[in-house]
Design a protein around this ligand. Sequence first.
Ligand SMILES: Nc1ncnc2c1ncn2[C@@H]1O[C@H](COP(=O)(O)OP(=O)(O)OP(=O)(O)O)[C@@H](O)[C@H]1O
Length: 241
Amino acid sequence: MVETCLKVEGVSKAIKKQTLIEDISLQIDKGNILALCGGNGAGKSTLLRIIAGIYRPTCGQVSINGLQWAKDRKAYAAQIGFMPDDYQFQHGLTARETLTFWAAIRKIPEPAVTVDELLELVGLEDKDKMIVTTFSKGMRQRLLFAQSLLAKPPLLIMDEPTNGLDPFWMNEFVSHIRRVREEGHTVIFSTHQLEIAEQVADYIVFMSGGHAVGEGSTSEICERYGSLFGAFNYSLGLTKM
Ligand SMILES: Nc1ncnc2c1ncn2[C@@H]1O[C@H](COP(=O)(O)OP(=O)(O)OP(=O)(O)O)[C@@H](O)[C@H]1O
């Protein structure tokens, strides 16, 4: 029987009378990958932050493996690894110290994946003593990706994970995410890179103006609209089919 990992039901968020997202519902079966696609300001990051427990929804609810943030924060937090799109790194810490620091904050005394393994996975093993604030954008992204895997969480939430990656690391990212899925993890990520979504996502949700404006399995969408790009333009009302 297929089990649901993530369930988002009627979620809206307003800040100071401005509606950021409205009445979003979606779900992901365990071991599947969902990509959120949409233009700038569509509401992707807002939705991911709500799922990660960083923002409280104004209404609606989110459950991960049956757990809700409001009812049991600790158990909910243990379900997730979050890769933010923008992060101010702790000043003065090396790459190794940064991962150890996050493991301590998340109370992972013996991480499921060791810091050495993670540094190697993201190709930073020989940069482990470098101060992270001197890293390039792509190197920072790779370190953020590594930290999201620290606890080998059931649900990985990633905001623009391939932003700033060079073509080699973009391919590596695709391989890592496929491996993560093979290990039974569930993934939700946002991206502007439709080719990445096409390569790894089982399911796509298009967002525009804070609403979910189209969704379907990647293969169905590509068959129906010719490509994700065609569906993206259609979902934004840029082309008529
Ligand atoms: N803290 C906030 N306070 C007020 N408005 C916000 C806040 N955060 C985001 N917004 C607004 O909410 C809307 C959705 O923003 P969000 O960052 O979720 O979009 P996005 O789809 O992730 O965009 P992008 O692709 O450009 O990263 C935008 O209009 C943005 O200006």
